[in-house]
Design a protein around this ligand. Structure first.
Ligand code: AR6
Length: 167
């Protein structure tokens, strides 16, 4: 698998699948989630609503992933995953690792060859970047997947530098 780092906005990435750092409601939010729905258009939310009306009536559990259309984004699918909120007193690393693993599993089920990830949980959910980068890179490297290219899209220079050092 080819692992690459890019600095920028994930909504401009050309990839088969773009991963959204969503919340359980699947109804949108700030950060990556807000940007994806804004730029991707209403079709994404429409599919999210259908998911909530069906299999995910109680919402998407933390650590799991589900796909929708990518709407107007330059991708075929958006894979929504829910990262854990960072806790200093409880180790939630396994849930963060699960986001990456489950997203790649969904990507495999779709036949996606390239996947772009944001640094899940490192924004509003407060996970320290260095620790999150270690979990992200390690989990993706060890994943049993047919995905050929995984791209981490880091929003700012500081996040990019942390991922680069870890890589
Ligand atoms: N492209 C790439 N990275 C971005 C972008 C972007 N357009 N925007 C922010 N980042 P966050 P979380 C970076 O907060 O911590 C939402 O309200 C950001 O700097 O998007 O998992 C959801 O609905 C940070 O490093 O996701 C949830 O309620 C990283 O992406 C909650 O936020 C993730 O930040 C999820 O919080």
């Amino acid at each position: 698998m080819k692992l690459t780092l890019v600095r920028g906005d994930i909504t401009g990435q050309h990839a088969d699948a773009i991963v959204n750092a969503a919340n359980s409601s699947l109804m949108g939010g700030g950060g990556v989630d807000g940007a994806i729905h804004r730029r991707g258009g209403p079709e994404i939310l429409e599919e999210c609503r259908k998911l909530r009306a069906g299999h995910y009536g109680k919402g998407l559990p933390t650590g799991q992933a589900v796909a929708t259309t990518a709407g107007r984004l330059p991708a075929k699918w958006v894979i929504h995953t829910v990262g854990p909120v960072y806790s200093a007193s409880e180790d939630r690393s396994e849930l963060l690792a699960s986001c990456y693993r489950e997203s790649l599993r969904v990507a495999d089920s779709l036949g996606a060859a390239s996947v772009a990830f944001p640094a899940i949980s490192t924004g509003i959910y407060g996970w320290p970047m260095d620790d999150a980068a270690g979990i992200a890179l390690e989990t993706v490297r060890q994943a049993d997947t047919a995905v050929e290219e995984v791209r981490f899209v880091l929003f700012d220079a500081a996040a990019y530098a942390v991922f680069e050092a870890r890589l």
